[in-house]
Design a protein around this ligand. Structure first.
Ligand code: UT7
Length: 331
């Protein structure tokens, strides 16, 4: 298509709170062992916020780093899209809080609720606004404070999650390094496998909802595991094939970091070698919408991500939401 505007990621910034929650800490809180956690999930530690720190705070720190890397001021940003399922509050949106605190006076924006697919869904939203010509500088953020919705007496969920955020700047591409294509799918029949029943309009917060622990994450871990292994590989394969690529063409798979075994099973299904996959779940746990930008940053720090690399992002989250994005790394 002649003169089609394409969009690229022009900068990346991430932030995790300094406080660590290690497997040894969890051994003292619930009936678990570091060996079990490492062998079943690959996680060794996660970062957890202190009281009073929320998703918008992590988002702002990550966004500041992305803006600094790009060398632009917040006033140049035209739109802010935040993937999160742990907004500071029901409303206003986290995007509004970030807009104010960053001083992004010219930006509008909103939150995107897609759980662990939040970053890839927000990314695609930003990409489309740039490709359409509507905007030239968009901030896309994935930020979650999962520790705010986790029951730290439930060993099946509390060992998995951590807090963290990542932000990218999206701009029109100036060469062949741009976001190529995406494939997102929803299967709402999976809603009952991973959800937080309390606090919404169905079960407004009350003493009863708190007594019944409805304000915490409820998960059928096995069902999520099976769905993730099958679907992350499936959408990835479909996305690559329709763009004329094979898995062997991919320089780096950047998967949602939910469980090391889900990642390795996905990589195996795609026939990828270890060096084609980034795994940092040991350091951060599952930070929901934060995992993919955090993994991109880890890959960059390890020298595994270079300009021009073919990068495949893949996620599965509550919903079920599945997401995949294919791009040539541009910064
Ligand atoms: O981003 C999406 C978010 N969620 C996910 O991706 C979750 C996907 N699922 C998973 O990662 C895994 O299913 C879990 C890590 C949640 C659980 O691992 P699993 O290998 O599927 O364990 P399981 O649920 O089948 O439980 C096996 C055993 C059970 O004991 P019994 O019934 O065999 O005696 C559990 O009670 O392991 C027990 N168990 C634990 N033991 C020690 C469950 N959690 C723990 C724990 N420490 N933390």
């Amino acid at each position: 298509m002649a003169n089609r505007v394409r969009a690229k990621i022009s900068a990346l910034g991430t932030y995790v709170p300094p406080r660590l929650l290690t497997n040894a800490d969890l051994e003292k809180m619930v009936d678990t062992s570091s060996d079990w956690i490492i062998s079943r999930t690959g996680i060794r530690q996660r970062h957890i916020v202190d009281k009073g720190v929320a998703a918008s705070h992590l988002a702002v720190e990550a966004a500041k780093k992305a803006l600094a890397e790009r060398g632009i001021s917040a006033t140049e940003i035209e739109a802010i899209f935040v993937g999160t399922v742990t907004p500071d509050m029901m409303f206003p949106s986290t995007a509004c809080l970030v807009q104010d605190r960053l001083g992004a006076k010219g930006a509008w924006g909103f939150d995107i609720s897609a759980a662990c697919s939040g970053f890839v869904y927000a990314l695609q939203t930003g990409v489309k606004f740039v490709e359409s010509g509507a905007h030239k500088k968009v901030l896309v953020i994935g930020s979650d404070v999962m520790s705010s919705v986790i029951d730290y007496t439930d060993r099946a969920t509390c060992v998995i999650f951590g807090d963290g955020a990542g932000a990218v700047v999206i701009e029109p591409a100036t060469d062949d390094n741009y976001c190529i294509d995406y494939l997102h799918e929803v299967d709402g029949s999976g809603g009952c496998s991973l959800y937080m029943p309390g606090g919404g309009s169905l079960n407004p917060s009350s003493h009863e909802t708190v007594d019944k622990k409805m304000h915490y994450v409820h998960q059928d871990g096995g069902a999520v595991f099976k769905y993730a292994v099958r679907n992350m590989a499936e959408v990835s394969e479909k996305l690559l094939a329709r763009n004329g690529f094979k898995p062997s063409d991919v320089n780096l798979l950047v998967p949602h970091q939910a469980n090391r075994r889900i990642i390795t099973a996905t990589a195996e299904r795609l026939g990828l070698k270890d060096e084609q996959v980034i795994i940092n779940i040991d350091e951060f746990g599952n930070t929901t919408a934060g995992t993919i930008p955090l993994a991109l940053d880890s890959a960059r720090q390890q020298g595994k991500l270079k300009k021009g690399d073919l990068v495949l992002l893949a996620s599965v989250g509550a919903g079920f939401t599945t997401g995949a994005a294919l791009l040539r790394w541009a910064c």
